[in-house]
Design a protein around this ligand. Structure first.
Ligand code: NDP
Length: 311
């Protein structure tokens, strides 16, 4: 049976932040510094996409670069320093219990809060290859703007046929010597303009009707095992960029929010519930933009709670 750890305190927290990535933890830094009693439900796999990354070189303030997990540890420590309570539980349901309170059920406990920030992010859809997860950060990536720099003069592959794959390939051409897009069909679904840019680019070639069977390499990626119209082959590559889509973590919010056809949150439909980060952003998807969205949501919460107290 789940227990309510704040049974004696019917309101619980001023704000519950769902998500422990850059958006959620930045929001927590701001709300706790604003003296709001802050709970972060960071999930069992806290840290968002950055926890899967190796070196981060584009987060301002770290000219030497910083390891993704270390950056997330620092954000967590900063939120805790100002009094945020962080629990590593996954929220399974949320409801507005009355005009002044949300009730959140997580796997071990139940929590109450006057306001909520949804910062649940979006997960990369991976290919499910036998060696894919092991080589993430060692040649396997899902973010060219983050990692292209590490592939200077190298040969890389991009999997996918949508706009994201086209964009990843174009970003990679700035560093890599050769970019190969591997697509499972014989036509791209990307917008025409992006297709034209890719197909006319001297550094990009396309392997049509080809599926990736596995990614090869011990310490780092050395090649790909492929299947083209029933024929197996192995080709050397230094990197694999997977761009077959993202899945926003918006399922549990139901009618509290409005989503688009892919599940990205367009807006909150619920007073007191605010949205931040990649769960509402399929365009930028950067740690620094997620942190900025977290800041905005935190400031909106502060204002909203002030108005509630005043009325
Ligand atoms: P999309 O859903 O548009 O494309 C996903 C691609 O991945 C498809 O080509 C699909 O193949 C392929 N794919 C899916 N699953 C697999 C798999 N298991 N194995 C191999 N290939 C697979 O996703 P995107 O992330 O590209 O784009 C999402 C949205 O964001 C779109 O609306 C897009 O327009 C937008 N966007 C816009 C950008 C821009 O305008 N600059 C940049 C990035 C995204 P198939 O075609 O066979 O289904």
């Amino acid at each position: 049976m789940t227990k309510n750890i704040f049974e004696s305190d019917q309101i619980g927290f001023d704000v519950a932040i769902i998500g422990g990535g850059p958006a959620g933890l930045t929001a927590a830094i701001y709300t706790s510094r604003a003296n709001l009693k802050t709970l972060v439900l960071a999930g069992e796999k806290w840290g968002g996409q950055l926890i899967l990354t190796t070196t981060v070189e584009n987060f301002p303030g770290f000219p030497e670069g910083i390891q993704g997990p270390e950056l997330m540890e620092k954000m967590k420590a900063q939120a805790e320093k100002f009094g945020s309570q962080i629990v590593f539980e996954t929220v399974t349901s949320i409801r507005r219990s009355d005009a002044n309170r949300f009730t959140l059920s997580a796997n071990r406990s139940q929590y109450n809060a006057r306001s909520v920030i949804v910062a649940t992010g979006a997960d990369t859809v991976w290919l499910g290859l036998p060696n894919e997860q092991r080589l993430i950060g060692h040649g396997v990536s899902s973010c060219a703007p983050c990692d292209a720099f590490f592939f200077r003069d190298k040969k890389v592959a991009v999997v996918g046929g949508g706009d994201a794959a086209m964009e990843e390939a174009l970003v990679l051409t700035k560093f890599a010597s050769e970019v190969t897009i591997i697509h499972r069909r014989d036509t791209f679904r990307a917008s025409k303009i992006m297709q034209e840019r890719v197909l006319s680019h001297p550094k990009i070639k396309v392997l049509w009707n080809t599926e990736v069977i596995d990614v090869l390499g011990e310490g780092n990626v050395t090649g790909l095992s492929l299947q083209t119209e029933g024929n197996n082959s192995t080709l050397p590559f230094d990197g694999l960029f997977v761009a077959v889509g993202h899945k926003p973590n918006s399922q549990i919010f139901g009618d509290l929010v409005e989503t688009d056809e892919k599940g990205y949150i367009i807006k909150s439909k619920t007073p007191g519930l605010f949205i931040a980060g990649d769960v509402q952003d399929h365009t930028y998807r950067q740690a620094v933009t997620a942190a900025a969205f977290g800041t905005m949501a935190a400031m909106q919460v502060e204002k909203w709670l002030e108005n509630q107290s005043a009325s």
